[in-house]
Write a protein of this length. Structure first.
Length: 386
């Protein structure tokens, strides 16, 4: 048999269980009423510790929270039935909190009640499950972050810094203070894509911090090092050596690249393509290789705004069809509006991709031999761009 203090401790531990907390606070089926078992004294306990059993019964009589379920239990030792508390019924979340009798739990419960009331239901689960998202933050700020997360869409920053976004009355430091919270809330809407891409990249915002790119000397003799990291701000002022420049969306593809005479590659550019506009491409061939998905084509278009004769490698419908078995779904598309800098065939591919159930062919999944052959053909001027 358990005392009120023992069950109180158990109920406090249950508050720390995120799954139980979510089910009980958000009204999952069969969550309420909650009946916690008290247990019954054994016949031996009744014989050897009758005073202790009496104190146990009296302690439960003093409990005024919820409903204490009592049963008349017959005991042969005393030749009569004894009314014993056997269960504690709590009918709603507030009774659970009252039963815990813990100041910090009560404050968290009251904060969550405010957040649930002030936010869209799509965000209730992460707010209840992940208290670290809002602990130490004023509830009105969390509610504002939820409203912001509802209003944001992929690419909506349109190349502006996040601090310049004017939405829901936020100030210029809002994203700096609440980037983790806004990212987590957007992940609910966009299937985790925001965490994967980064908030600024997902929103199409100008990266204000230092973004380091990987510069690879595919020739082996053009730079002092085979590989080196360079800030994108420095690339704006750099005259990269060699006759050819290959811009690669993702850094993880570096092992796909072959040795290529007179060629330098810049990897990991992602959305950070402003430095491309500063390249002085006199007598230099420049190619871009990115994922075949709406985001990859969106980035290709952005680079082509800066360099109109930019060549695309392995980003056409033929490649997509050939390696379609490696394609996966694209949870969030870059938008239905066609990027104007794409060629007609690339625009056709873009339209196809946002209707495809598996419209994302990532660079890393293209066979290494195919990638190497395509890049070498491009470098040799054969015209084969994959």
């Amino acid at each position: 048999m358990k005392s009120p203090a023992e069950l109180q401790t158990a109920l406090r531990r249950q508050w720390e269980n995120r799954a139980l907390r979510e089910a009980r606070l958000l009204g999952a089926e069969n969550a309420w009423p909650l009946v916690v078992s008290i247990g019954r004294p054994s016949a031996k306990r009744l014989r050897t510790d009758l005073d202790g059993v009496k104190r146990h019964v009296e302690a439960w009589r003093r409990v005024k929270i919820g409903e204490v379920i009592r049963e008349a239990v017959p005991y042969r030792a005393i030749d009569s039935a004894v009314e014993i508390p056997t269960g504690w019924k709590l009918r709603k979340p507030s009774e659970w909190i009252d039963a815990c009798n813990d100041g910090s739990i009560r404050r968290e419960f009251e904060t969550l009640a405010t957040l649930v009331e002030g936010t869209d239901s799509v965000f209730h689960s992460p707010l209840v499950r992940r208290r670290s998202l809002w602990r130490g933050t004023a509830p009105d700020e969390v509610v504002r972050a939820a409203r912001v997360a509802l209003a944001l869409e992929p690419g909506c920053a349109a190349g502006r810094p996040l601090r310049t976004l004017s939405i829901e009355g936020i100030d210029t430091k809002f994203f700096e203070r609440h980037e983790r919270l806004v990212t987590a809330l957007l992940d609910v809407r966009f299937d985790g894509e925001v965490s994967e891409m980064g908030l600024a990249t997902f929103l199409g915002a100008l990266a204000e911090g230092e973004h380091w790119l990987l510069v690879v000397d595919l020739d082996g003799s053009l730079l002092p090092f085979r590989k080196q990291r360079v800030r994108s701000s420095e690339l704006r002022d750099a005259m990269l050596p060699g006759e050819r420049l290959l811009i690669v969306e993702n850094e993880s593809c570096q092992h796909h690249l072959p040795n290529v005479p007179n060629t330098v590659a810049v990897l990991g550019s992602g959305f950070d393509l402003d430095w491309v506009a500063a390249i002085r491409p006199a007598n230099k061939r420049i190619a871009y290789w990115g994922d075949i998905d709406t985001w990859g084509l969106h980035l290709l278009a952005k680079a082509r705004f800066a360099i109109t004769d930019l060549e695309a490698l392995m980003m056409n419908e033929e490649v997509f069809k050939r390696f379609a078995e490696f394609a996966v779904s694209e949870p969030v598309i870059a938008g239905t509006e066609l990027p104007p800098a794409l060629s007609p065939s690339e625009q056709g591919l873009y339209q196809r991709l946002f209707h495809e159930p598996r419209g994302r062919l990532e660079q890393e999944f293209l066979p290494e031999a195919f990638v190497r052959e395509t890049i070498l053909n491009w470098a040799n001027g054969s015209g084969a761009t994959g």
